[in-house]
Design a protein around this ligand. Structure first.
Ligand SMILES: Nc1ncnc2c1ncn2[C@@H]1O[C@H](COP(=O)(O)OP(=O)(O)O)[C@@H](O)[C@H]1O
Ligand SMILES: C[C@@](O)(CCOP(=O)(O)O)CC(=O)O
Length: 320
């Protein structure tokens, strides 16, 4: 995965960074208290530069919007909420600041751009005030942004973009997983935006209509996640891949896959991936495939692009 370029801050400017994430197991089930596993996507990140505003207003410059924060359109709501929560947490809620947000993370692809942007903004605010947020304070700030973005987020994204290692997340708590063997993943963009809120709402409606069947699938996703944690610890790629394939099938049955995501999973399997699945909310977004090694990751990425993915990224999870 290419490195997002980090630049030196100008005088009077402070910075904050955060990386993207991919959910390896347990998306959607995590909303109902099941465990989930997320991995950091180092090198695919966002940088925020901040300085005290020389004007009587807070301004944001970003790929989505540039202008006075008070006139920012609705999609910027999470960013403004994160900024306000961070300024409040440093005891300077009325501060006027200027933000420059540069992100390499495509938004609405299940890669955690909203949480990563909010994390980089919060870290920049802390830096400007010569402090560092402890992880729980940072989490609360980012959850304030995520609540505007998604309604009732489980909290996995907010932890996953802030932690440098894979995590097992359940009901608000995130624990780092010890990794037994290096894992190389290829991410393929389906080219379609996915709305997490719509996907989560769809699963909830199906669960309300058929609690026994859908509840059974959610229970199975929870079992898959916990088996996968054991396999990540022991470094059993074959077992991880088999569980990824099963998880993708279940996510399809929950109604959050699409024909494009299914065909990318099929292409990954045909190209020799240990396993592949959609990642994040679904209904668009990305597919995550487990490669054998760096060489096969290149072949896998090429196969996924041939199958229609407009872009791919390769990332690794290092043994601890
Ligand atoms: N480059 C960016 N500049 C400003 N805000 C961004 C940027 N990327 C993402 N965001 C914020 O994150 C939101 C996207 O969140 P969402 O659709 O949930 O995507 P994701 O699944 O990547 O988190 C945007 O509406 C905006 O609030
Ligand atoms: C679908 C979900 O389980 C994972 C987050 O989805 P996404 O990676 O933001 O698309 C929602 C949640 O955990 O709140």
């Amino acid at each position: 995965m290419h490195n997002s370029s980090q630049t030196e801050p100008a005088q009077g400017t402070s910075q904050g960074f955060a990386h993207a994430k991919a959910i390896l197991f347990g998306e959607h089930a995590v909303v109902y208290g099941s465990p989930a596993v997320a991995v950091p996507l180092h090198g695919l990140g966002v940088q925020t530069d901040i300085r005290r505003s020389p004007h009587q207003e807070t301004r944001i410059e970003s790929q989505l919007f540039s202008g006075n924060a008070q006139t920012a359109p609705e999609p910027m709501g999470p960013v403004v909420a994160g900024l306000n929560a961070a300024l409040k947490a440093v005891g300077n809620p009325d501060a006027e600041v200027e933000l420059l947000i540069r992100s390499a993370i495509p938004h609405s692809r299940g890669l955690g751009s909203s949480a990563a942007v909010a994390t980089s903004v919060a870290r920049a605010v802390a830096n400007l005030h010569a402090t560092v947020f402890d992880e729980n304070t940072l989490h609360e700030i980012v959850q304030a942004a995520e609540t505007v973005a998604h309604g009732r987020p489980s909290g996995i994204d907010a932890w996953a973009v802030a932690k440098p290692a894979p995590i097992r997340f359940q009901t608000g708590c995130a624990q780092t997983i010890d990794v037994g063997q290096r894992l190389v993943f290829v991410l393929a963009d389906s080219g379609h935006h996915g709305s997490t809120a719509e996907a989560v709402g769809g699963v909830r409606a199906r669960r309300d209509a058929d609690p026994v069947r859908i509840g059974g699938m959610i229970d199975r996703l929870a079992e898959i996640t916990d088996s996968a944690v054991d396999n990540i610890r022991s470094g059993d790629r074959g077992a991880i891949g088999t569980l990824m394939n099963e998880a993708h099938g279940l996510l399809g049955s929950l109604g959050v896959s699409t024909p494009t995501l299914d065909s990318l999973v099929d292409a990954a399997t045909a190209a020799g991936a240990w396993g592949a699945k959609l990642t994040g909310g679904g209904l668009g977004g990305c597919v995550l495939a487990l490669a054998d090694d760096d060489d096969s990751a290149e072949e896998l990425a090429e196969a996924l692009r041939k199958a229609g993915a407009p872009r791919t990224w390769t990332t690794e999870v290092r043994p601890t």
